[in-house]
Ligand binder design. Structure first.
Ligand SMILES: [Zn+2]
Length: 291
């Protein structure tokens, strides 16, 4: 059985496992979840994110390599901005996306929309997902939408609309070392303290995450946005490896001001119930799909 069919079967099995019990909305049955309807049920709050990822409970599968294209050399005038809630990095022209993601659990190509950050008021917490109960200092999200939808707005209402890749950053007390690549992001932050401020960014601004973004060795599961409207149409890819950063680097994020000129000390959502979902642990096959 090819990897994609095998995966579809697994996903179907995982949804069927829930039978008719899919949340508070009795109108939603599993047909909606497996794609016979492409619209997201806006009222469901059953497959929420983030979650705790338990490595012992994850279902191991082999998939084609996950391929990042263009994330490390962003084109089309990359921008870094304070969007009121977080620091966001993206390409200036939404009509000319450059970076894309394919392979692994994805059916088709997903276009990069933006990267953003979650942090806490102390470095012992701040990540949204946790690994075996452990929370990291920060979490970075690379948000993508399926290329068959015009833009992220159109993809928001579709069950296969979004894919978010999550990376962890951790302040290490032993042998703290400045992460020079992370400074490509951090050095902008003093100029972005006011809400809605922005400036041009370097094309290689995200390269501090490149060593983590391997073709395999990640978790994936189906969940939701972690901010409003919490839509349940996100395929989450979460790397358990983390990049080392320093306390002073993370502290720069804690000076960002959001709505009402209030300092954003913390902007992460706590973990949600798994509610019987299957979490997969992916290793990459050596062969690649042809698209
Ligand atoms: Zn996020």
């Amino acid at each position: 059985m090819c990897a994609r069919l095998f995966l579809s079967a697994l996903l179907f099995a995982s949804f069927v496992d829930h039978g008719g019990c899919v949340g508070m909305d009795d109108d939603l049955d599993h047909d909606d979840l497996v794609g016979l309807s492409s619209e997201v049920n806006p009222h469901s709050m059953f497959y929420q994110s983030p979650i705790d990822l338990e490595s012992k409970e994850a279902y191991p599968i082999e998939l084609s390599p996950l391929m990042f294209k263009g994330h490390w050399t962003l084109g089309h005038k990359p921008l870094i901005k304070n969007n009121d809630e977080t620091v966001e990095i993206g390409e200036a022209s939404s009509a000319k996306y450059h970076a894309s993601l394919r392979g692994g659990p994805l059916h088709g190509t997903y276009k990069f929309s933006q990267a953003h950050f979650h942090w806490g008021n102390r470095s012992s917490h701040g990540s949204e997902h946790t690994i075996n109960g452990h929370q990291y200092s920060m979490e970075v999200h690379f948000v993508h939408h399926h290329s068959k939808y015009k833009n992220i707005k159109e993809a928001r209402g579709k069950v296969d609309g979004l894919c978010v890749v999550a990376f962890f950053l951790k302040v290490t007390e032993k042998n703290p070392r400045t992460n020079n690549r992370f400074n490509l992001i951090v050095h902008h932050l003093t100029k972005l303290r006011s809400a809605k401020s922005e400036e041009a960014a370097e094309p290689n601004i995200l390269t501090c995450l490149k060593p983590i973004a391997t073709p395999g060795d990640y978790f994936f599961y189906y969940g939701s946005l972690t901010t409003k409207p919490y839509s349940e149409n996100v395929l989450w890819i979460v790397y358990p490896k983390w990049a080392s950063v320093t306390e002073s680097q993370v502290d720069e994020f804690r000076h960002i001001r959001g709505a009402g000129n209030k300092v954003i000390k913390s902007n992460y959502r706590g973990t949600q119930d798994l509610n019987g979902r299957t979490v997969y642990w992916v290793t990459a096959t050596s062969d690649e799909y042809s698209y």
